[in-house]
Design a protein around this ligand. Sequence first.
Ligand code: AOS
Ligand code: ZN
Ligand code: ZN
Length: 423
Amino acid sequence: NIQIQSHNDKLSSSHHRKFSALKEDWSSTLIDQTLQKLIDFQIAIPSWALGTGGTRFGRFAITGGEPRTLAEKIADVGLLHRLNAASDAISLHIPWDVPEDINEIKKSAEGYGLAFDAVNSNTFQDQPDALLSYKFGSLQHVDKAVRNQAIAHNIEVIKQGQALGSKALTVWLADGSCFPGQLNFRNAFQNTLDSLQQIYAALPSDWKLYVEYKAFEPNFYSTTIGDWGQSLLLANKLGDQAKTLVDLGHHLPNANIEQIVSLLLMEGKLAGFHFNDSKYGDDDLTAGSIKPYQLFLIFNELVEGMDAAGMNHAKNLGWMIDASHNVKDPLEDLLQSVEGIMIAYAQALMIDRAALTQAQQNNDVALAQEVLQHTFRTDFRPLVAEARQRAGAALSPIHLYRELKCREQLIMERGKTTTATGL
Ligand code: AOS
Ligand code: ZN
Ligand code: ZN
């Protein structure tokens, strides 16, 4: 606290100058509303992003001090949340994260003010003790015994999530095929539906089932839940508790993600997000690092659609990051992702909605673009920083992280050559 305070004091006069400049140009009501929404907005951190990631070409242990246990992952997210007051939940991946002592884990999460977001199942890898292999798929598999094993795993994940207080199961399947002729598409889809129906039947009544889609990889000819149409088809057949999860990296190049988001939201079928950024495919790069304008346009649709539906921005959708890579300190990277998302959200909140609607009604294309780009090109970082400061966190989380030598401390505590569990 003292450290946050003295960090903020140091930055205070320059922050004040920038924030005051914004207040001169923008409506104070809008600024106040936006500040409150930014304070309320929270983004869940994926447990698998806390260690340095790798690719099939190698993995470089450059960071050190990575979490070795679930308790240490929770501590890492707790640290992020202290710094930015915007990461109040962790999303677990089972069996990468095995809560051995549930009560202990719950207590430590509570201590950091953290909740458990959606739990993720894993039927894209064979576990060491597995009887049957997912080499040819899981929920889609031609062999009912394999499907049953995958269904049982998902139900087990729901149970673990229930014990922790999670309220959603995210299912991402690697299921698909690598070569033409390998799969009967209809059978694969029907098997997947049937399996999901059995998982859905085990869902507690206050839970959601998030159906994540992905265009390709690890299968390169077909993916059984390959796009939002296939996911939505499944979610509609399953029922009200099933919704479509949008991972920003899971589309074919140049897809209009903001339009997808807008329609899913309109249909009440948008589960939420796996935020990340990408240039080529499922790159899982820092949110806002490659296509910040796209992220802003997505938030534009979200804000407009959520307001039209009378939704609570912070509570009614699942906001999660799904990122992981090789070259940055993972905690610094996550701070940058949260910041990127917050900036896009702030820009979308500051749009002059009435002017935009008017321009659309008048087919005034140039003016509509002006309205959007006016906020996109305004620097709202002081607004995001102000919200953070009001929530008791740091004006500049990443700088404070470095000032406090957080990584060095973690290395001292945990060692230089830790291996995170999981991927
Ligand atoms: C995989 O591409 C998906 O994004 C999933 O959400 C997956 O469970 C996650 O990325 C962990 O690998
Ligand atoms: Zn994802
Ligand atoms: Zn992905």
